[in-house]
Design a protein around this ligand. Structure first.
Ligand SMILES: *Cc1c(COP(=O)(O)O)cnc(C)c1O
Length: 349
């Protein structure tokens, strides 16, 4: 730290991203990326781009992409916010709507507490129930910014739409943010509720189900007033924060919806297969509607499994937090990748 850093950031603890090792090829099951490449049409669109156009700024309104997203989700263009990955949107949302504090689960996406601290927002951390599910009534009437990943990470467990609705209706004076990063892997989206409630913001990303983590693209859906608030902050920070290529590929991705549906179906099938195989090995696996599973085996240290797999070229995610330190989060890859994972795992246990 230099002696010039603003004192208010001195005690900031940054988010720790999952490893992105550059040293060797791993079977990479640690950051919930898709094992599948973008659709052939997306690659074709990329090849057709005129790189000379990069001299021009991107459209700060992201109009073409917004129209396509609006059509996909059955909303209007003014209900859509587009930004540089959904982390970017979460940052703006904490900044915009966190004035009266924020509430989120104790076990959830590790970025929420980082954004809360960054913006000096008082946090209510709500413990998950014993079985790692969220009790919606814990969030009733808090009237703070409520942030819930649905399905939750790293558990993979989801609330129903009516459970989310009960949270939204009981917090009419605050924003309820539902982070649907993993909704395409068997969950049900709360987007239809955004037409009924002006305090619901649904956040989504291209990073998981749309195979574009490296392109950085996220979007949010909500009432036009909420979207205007997010735009106010985006236009006060970095209006061109989504690059031209990403905008174009984001649109091409929506045109290839069938391809992505097929890949999500494959991941769901591989998730069921991996779960069955792990259970045969004596693992307890939480019921997941995401592209990862959260699993532990009694009597075997979670950190040990992580280390031993890494030595054998397989990367998974281990968290040291007391309540979940026995567990590992395993991204669902291709069936072939999961077979390598299972084979190495058998060597270890
Ligand atoms: C991966 C993830 C994100 C971040 O997505 P980006 O669009 O890549 O920034 C947000 N929320 C949750 C719960 C995630 O798991």
């Amino acid at each position: 730290m230099s002696r010039f850093l603003n004192g208010k950031f001195a005690s900031l603890e940054a988010y720790t991203p999952g490893e992105q090792p550059q040293d060797m090829q791993y079977v990479k099951l640690n950051t919930n990326e898709s094992p599948y490449p973008p659709a052939p049409q997306v690659l074709k669109t990329l090849a057709e781009q005129d790189i000379a156009d990069l001299r021009l700024y991107s459209d700060p309104d992201c109009a073409v992409l917004k129209r396509a997203l609006a059509e996909t989700y059955g909303v209007e263009k003014e209900n859509i916010f587009v930004s540089n990955g959904s982390d970017d949107i979460l940052n703006f949302a904490f900044m915009a709507f966190g004035e009266n504090g924020a509430a989120y689960p104790d076990i959830s996406y590790g970025f929420y507490p980082v954004f809360a601290r960054l913006h000096n927002i008082e946090s209510t951390v709500v413990p998950l129930k014993e079985d790692f599910s969220i009790d919606p009534t814990d969030y009733h009437g808090l009237n703070k910014l409520i942030v819930i990943a649905n399905p939750n990470a790293p558990t993979g467990m989801a609330l129903t739409v009516s459970q989310v609705e009960s949270i939204v209706t009981s917090n009419q004076d605050s924003v309820v943010l539902i982070d649907e990063a993993y909704v395409d892997f068997g969950g049900t989206s709360c987007v239809p509720l955004t037409k009924k409630y002006d305090n619901l913001l649904v956040v989504m990303t291209y990073s998981k189900s749309r195979s574009m983590a490296g392109a950085r693209l996220g979007f949010a859906i909500g009432s036009s007033r909420l979207i205007q608030d997010l735009d106010l902050l985006k236009y006060s920070t970095n209006p061109y924060n989504v690059n031209r290529l990403t905008l174009t590929l984001g649109k091409a991705t929506l045109d290839a919806a069938d391809y992505y549906r097929e890949k999500c179906a494959a991941i769901i099938e591989t998730r069921a297969y991996t779960t069955r195989e792990l259970e045969k090995l004596g693992f307890a696996v939480l019921p997941s509607t995401a592209n990862f599973i959260f699993a532990k085996k009694d009597g075997v240290d979670g950190g040990y499994i992580y280390e031993q797999l890494k030595k054998r070229g397989v990367l998974i995610r281990h968290f040291t937090k007391q309540r979940i330190k026995d567990y590992n989060r395993i991204t669902i890859g291709t069936k072939e990748q999961m077979d390598v994972f299972l084979e190495k795992l058998k060597e270890i246990i």
